[in-house]
Design a protein around this ligand. Structure first.
Ligand SMILES: Cc1ncc(COP(=O)(O)O)c(C=O)c1O
Length: 496
């Protein structure tokens, strides 16, 4: 431990003097609270051109040390103007924002400790808390006891690891020999619906399986995978001498939050001995609600499941939990102990570095543990329930207005819709015009800085997409967004 004399030497050693650090931390803490308190006064997305922010900043690193007060001033003056305020309660893009006060505090404490959770010995609390939090989350989601979890940064990285384990499960020993130059290895196939997330292709690219070996299976009208088509696609591949490897079923697809018929897909996987990965990155949070648990029907048959608490469980980015029934397969795929870590690695049964490509790992469990404790499972469930209520309320306003059309059922907290203003029909011939109008409308709404939406394409129709995910969002924000959409519709319509 540093004695008081050493503390005096901090500046000489290159760090900020302790007293200045204390004062600065208070100042930054005040700024963070003020930012959260007044966030509604800020325009959500900046009105700037690409390159404008970097043009304001020195292009070469400073040679001499700079004072934090100067750095902080530039942060406010030059960086903040280029920030999209995801924490704004009228930010309805993607899956909303998971900023919470406890989450911010957790991130700050993680930064203060800055440990690496690679082996148990490199920080026993980090490993043991990761195991504990994963088990809490498993219980919260109602998953069986025999699932073991690992924390990654994102669901994209989680699916890559799940599919690496699936590949090892084929007995090809791809870990040792790779896939190239092996004529005895047939082409591998992965199946996912046409609504599944693009991370599946990225995983296939990374694992040497190839983007084109991800077969996208069409959906039924409500954007759920059509299982009879899946069956026939698998049969065709088998007849062509290909090797089906895995199916991705999604609980809460990115565009509409539709839920694939996981139980039927699981039965098919069982028949063909295929790995079943369930992407519940967003929708898994529904399982916290007794009335929402049905979305997870059949999930208990999965070989792997991913849930992202950073999407809808109020843990700040990033935190993704992958559960596996046979974690030993993942370990067999990735465990590789360099000599300099051998002493560490022998200290414990669970060293999380063995379950992925990453060696250094953040102490993510700390913030998740704090968030779960500060809300309690009841508090988390109440927020999710409220978000669903708000999304349905917004959908009811659209329903009551003949100019609007819902383009997908509202199953979670996302609403997909379009407007067909008077003067524009809904017939096929005008679909293109309608698509262009709805895209322009989203851009116009976002340009106001008062709300933020995204758009997607559903069955050839451009859909505006509104996602509720911020605990500070209330009916008032939705009403304002609805008014804004109508106001901008009138404005763009008049300018047509
Ligand atoms: C259903 C689904 N799966 C996976 C992902 C990828 O998540 P991440 O950003 O954590 O990689 C997303 C992202 O939105 C998603 O919607």
């Amino acid at each position: 431990m540093l004695d008081s004399k050493d503390v005096q030497r901090w500046p000489e050693l290159g760090d900020m003097p302790a007293e200045e650090f204390r004062e600065t931390l208070h100042r930054v803490a005040d700024w963070v609270v003020d930012y959260r308190e007044s966030i509604e006064e800020l325009r959500i997305s900046p009105d700037i051109a690409p390159g404008e922010i970097s043009a304001r900043l020195p292009q070469v690193p400073p040679e001499a040390p700079e004072r934090f007060s100067d750095i902080f001033r530039d942060f406010q003056k030059s960086i903040i103007p280029g920030v999209v305020h995801w924490g704004h309660p009228a930010f309805f893009g993607y899956f909303g924002s998971t900023t919470t006060a406890t989450g911010i505090l957790g991130e700050m404490l993680m930064g203060a400790l800055n440990v690496s959770a690679m082996t148990w010995r490199t920080s026993p609390s980090a490993t043991e808390l990761e195991t504990l939090v994963l088990d809490w989350l498993r219980q919260m989601l109602g998953l069986p006891m025999d699932y073991t979890g690992v924390v990654y940064d994102t669901a994209s990285v989680a699916v890559m690891h799940a599919l690496a384990a699936a590949r090892e499960n084929l007995g090809l020993n791809a870990r040792a020999h790779g896939l190239c130059g092996r004529p005895e290895v047939p082409g591998l196939r992965i199946y996912a619906s046409d609504q599944a997330h693009s991370s599946v292709e990225k995983a296939a690219i990374t694992l040497g399986i190839g983007e084109q070996n991800v077969r996208r299976v069409p959906c039924e009208t409500t954007y759920r995978m059509d299982v009879s088509t899946l069956r026939s696609v698998i049969d065709t591949d088998l007849r062509a001498g290909l090797l089906p490897m895995a199916v991705i079923a999604t609980v809460g697809t990115t565009s509409t939050t539709s839920v694939d018929p996981v139980d039927e897909i699981a039965a098919l996987c069982d028949e063909h001995r295929l790995w079943l990965h369930v992407d519940a990155a967003y929708g898994g949070a529904m399982a916290l609600l007794p009335e929402g648990r049905s979305v997870m029907k059949g999930v208990e048959a999965a070989d792997s499941i991913v849930v992202n608490p950073h999407k809808w469980l109020f843990v700040p980015l990033d935190f993704s939990a992958l559960y596996l029934r046979r974690p030993e397969l993942l370990r067999a795929t990735f465990s590789l102990v360099p000599e300099y870590l051998r002493g560490d690695a022998e200290q414990a049964e669970r060293n999380y570095m063995d379950y992925g490509i990453q060696l250094g790992r953040r102490f993510r469990a700390l913030k998740a543990w704090m968030v779960i404790r500060s809300f309690g499972t009841e508090g988390l469930a109440a927020r999710i329930r409220e978000h669903i209520r708000l999304a349905r309320l917004f959908a009811s306003w659209l329903d009551a207005d003949p100019e609007f059309e819902l383009l997908a059922p509202v199953t979670m907290a996302v609403v997909c819709f379009r407007i067909a203003p008077h003067g524009l029909g809904t017939r096929q011939a005008v679909n293109q015009e309608l698509n262009a109008f709805n895209r322009r409308l989203v851009e116009a709404v976002n340009r106001t800085g008062e709300a933020y939406l995204t758009y997607t394409t559903l069955n050839g129709h451009t859909a505006m997409r509104l996602a509720v995910g911020n605990i500070l969002t209330t009916e008032r924000h939705l009403a304002k967004a609805f008014d804004l959409i109508r106001r901008e519709t009138a404005r763009i319509g008049a300018a047509r």
